[in-house]
Ligand binder design. Structure first.
Ligand SMILES: N[C@@H](CCC[C@H](N)C(=O)O)C(=O)O
Length: 290
């Protein structure tokens, strides 16, 4: 483990918060245990995950994308596990690139494990990301909390989601631990679980238990999965009508606006903020701090 100080920033998108670690040349060793310590809200900096900022050309998982996107979002969950994609993360990642002077406001391509995402930094502070298309595998699961069970729609946004419609978001319980679901084999790599309640026409609210992070105050890929699952539940499919459909998704930390286009591509818009920057104490990093 490195004992040199590590520069970091803190940012969030609708209160899905991240520790941003700039490392253009991919020189840092970031084992899962260190990521988990950094994300610890009491003994570390605290965050739902780490945005490791690396030039695509310098990362073995992104080298092949370097011609399309200069920067790679190496996303880690709070428990140190690797995730394919983070919708709020990629918006905060783009905000960081602007903050650091690597890009100017406008359109930016960001490489992720789920492919290259196009991000637009608007002058009003909103950040829109083109998330690609949702996959809707047939196989779903049943999710159970405190004796209540719901069928959950399987939606893949580059990462896996199970979307359950509930009458009351309180029925999701504390979400301190992952709600049991069955059959487990539907999600061999784990899953993010969203609970959704109606708020009005094309307007829902959700809570989420994130794989690798427990309950978070927002999940961008989750909000997209929820918008698509809700549209299909409502009998709406832009591919059939030729008309884009927009859902407003309230999360605990704010609101995200999700539009599905007739070609299936999904766009998500919301805020993305840089909050602070600093350096991680080398003594803490080396484990010698009291
Ligand atoms: N909060 C993110 C999703 C982060 C990854 C997720 N926990 C997973 O393991 O798939 C988002 O905004 O999409």
């Amino acid at each position: 483990m490195s004992t040199a100080p590590i520069a970091f920033l803190k940012g969030h998108g609708t209160e899905n918060d991240f520790v941003i670690v700039p490392d253009p040349d991919n020189a840092l060793d970031l084992p899962a245990a260190l990521v988990a310590r950094v994300c610890d809200r009491r003994a570390g900096i605290g965050g739902d995950g780490v945005l490791h900022v690396v030039r695509s050309a310098a990362h073995p998982e992104a080298r092949h994308l370097a011609g399309e996107a200069e920067w790679f979002m190496d996303y880690r969950n709070a428990d140190g596990s690797v995730a394919e994609m983070c919708g709020n993360g990629v918006r905060v990642f783009a905000r960081y690139l602007e903050h650091a002077g690597h890009v100017t406001a406008g359109d930016i391509a960001v490489a992720t494990r789920a492919g290259v995402k196009q991000v637009h930094l608007a002058k009003n502070g909103d950040v829109t990301v083109s998330m690609g298309r949702a996959a809707l595998p047939e196989a779903g699961v049943t999710v159970t909390v405190d004796g209540r069970s719901w069928p959950a729609r399987n939606v893949n946004m580059g990462n896996p989601h199970a979307v359950a419609f509930v009458d009351d978001l309180a029925h999701a319980g504390t979400l301190y631990t992952e709600p049991p679901y069955a059959p487990a084999a539907v999600y061999p790599d784990g899953v993010n679980i969203e609970f959704v309640a109606d708020r009005g026409p094309r307007h829902v609210a959700m809570r989420v238990h994130e794989r690798g992070a427990a309950e978070t105050r927002s999940c961008g890929t989750g909000a997209c999965a929820v918008a698509v699952a809700t549209a299909r539940r409502d009998g709406v499919d832009p591919a059939e009508t030729g008309t884009p459909v927009t859902y407003t998704v309230d999360v605990l930390g704010g609101t995200l606006v999700i539009t599905e286009l007739p070609d299936g591509r999904i766009e998500m818009t919301g805020p993305a903020v840089i909050v602070a920057e600093g350096r991680i104490d080398p003594a803490w990093l080396s484990g010698t701090a009291a």
